[in-house]
Design a protein around this ligand. Structure first.
Ligand SMILES: [Zn+2]
Length: 409
């Protein structure tokens, strides 16, 4: 089997790995870079058959929109729905690929003697998988993005208890090789942190800045609301993401069944979001009506009349700050995004009590070491990292590749 990392040997994000055996070739992820990339990847210049997407983050799937309908994209079913939904809200046309859903620990047979098994992992989004690739009597494992400190950390434990055996080569992410995760060690600590802010500053509204698709984080905020008897206000986009995920994971709150949750249906981004729903009625189904039910719907006047009752996860809330005396803002994303002007402005606003409460979506180094120790690969190749050279200080049998270099296994 031949392995080529088209992008990812020296950077975090934009991952694209190719595995070829006999007449069959697959891509493991086809991601857009997160920032300036040192490597251009043009899928039009690569010959391959199927694509396996480890999870629904842009830096792992972003390039599939350039593919035609002749390519099969293997991806988790909920992950696919989230990708489609995001495209609708961004005003992008639907994807034309044919999709095949991944099922945890179920082989995908590509050709006789060439197969792939997905392993469900814990990460900062749903439907995150690692992949075992087996062909020509060799076994390669691609870690995708994973961690051991989220709400699905049991997935990590299950993996360690019953890992794939006889691994010839492990491609392992190393986002956190030299980063720390010390203040909030896990998602439980994040929820506790939110809870403390809501309790301590119970005289003011609190806003949340996080990804609408980070379900662990949204659920933490929701539970913090339940415990402090606040109303969790979300925008239309977030409400639909919750509905999509709640269909498969009933512990996730849905606007029609969960208490203490309301949808902002007027003002800020509501009009733009609702326009997308109107244009895609059949896609959104009953959701288009559910958001306007009196027990679900909320408007800005109601929020302003009793501000301290609310914990709000809504886009573009800065416009509201003019009419608010003081508030808390919980920033719950990677600190690198704080460089963006819109977040700087919020942080510097004297009315804002700005708090960073976040834990990484990626495994800390100690968990990477536990992971690698269990798999005992003959070779360990760094990917999705900007610290490839540091691997040899912490792991055995490290083999550093360059983007575009092909290794025969
Ligand atoms: Zn990711």
């Amino acid at each position: 089997m031949d392995l080529t990392i088209h992008r990812g040997t020296q950077e975090i994000g934009g991952s694209c790995v190719q595995v070829t055996s006999g007449g069959c070739s697959i891509l493991l992820d086809a991601g857009s870079p997160l920032g300036d990339s040192r490597t251009d990847v043009d899928l039009g210049k690569i010959e391959f058959d199927d694509v396996f997407i480890s999870h629904p983050h842009q830096d792992h799937f972003g390039l599939i929109e350039n593919l035609g309908s002749d390519k099969t994209v293997h991806i988790g079913e909920t992950a696919r729905q989230l990708v489609e939904t995001t495209r609708i809200f961004l005003g992008k046309p639907p994807l034309i690929n044919s999709f095949s859903p991944l099922n945890n620990r179920t082989w995908v047979e590509l050709r006789p003697g060439f197969r792939v098994m997905p392993y469900l992992m814990d990460h900062s989004c749903v439907d995150a998988f690692g992949f075992l690739i087996e062909t020509e009597g060799k076994r390669l494992y691609y870690s995708g993005d994973f961690r051991a400190h989220g709400r699905r950390k049991r997935a990590f434990d299950w993996f360690l208890n019953d890992p794939p055996r006889d691994i010839d080569l492990l491609l392992m992410e190393g986002t956190m090789m030299v980063r720390d995760n010390t203040v909030y060690a896990d998602e439980v600590a994040v929820e506790q942190g939110m809870l403390e802010v809501l309790r301590k500053h119970d005289d003011r509204p609190c806003f949340l800045i996080c990804s609408g698709q980070h379900i662990d984080r949204i659920c933490a905020a929701y539970r913090a609301c339940i415990q402090t008897n606040r109303i969790f206000v979300i925008d239309i986009y977030t409400a639909f993401i919750l509905r999509t995920v709640a269909i498969r994971f009933p512990s996730v709150p849905d606007i029609s069944t969960a208490k203490n949750i309301r949808v902002l249906t007027k003002g800020l981004t509501a009009r733009a979001h609702y326009r997308k729903i109107s244009e895609n009625r059949s896609y959104f189904g009953a959701f288009a009506r559910d958001i306007f039910k009196p027990e679900t719907n909320i408007e800005i006047d109601e929020i302003m009349a009793q501000q301290s009752r609310y914990f709000l996860k809504i886009s573009n809330f800065s416009d509201l700050l003019t009419d608010i005396q003081h508030c808390s803002v919980i920033y719950s994303m990677w600190s690198g995004y704080l460089e963006e002007q819109k977040y700087r402005d919020i942080k510097q606003n004297p009315k804002v009590n700005f708090l960073e409460i976040h834990t990484s979506g990626h495994a800390i180094r100690n968990d990477l070491q536990r992971f690698a120790a269990k798999l005992k690969p003959k070779h360990l190749v760094p990917v999705h990292t900007d610290k490839a050279k540091d691997y040899e200080n912490f792991f055995e049998n490290v083999l550093v590749l360059q983007d575009g270099e092909t290794l025969h296994i």
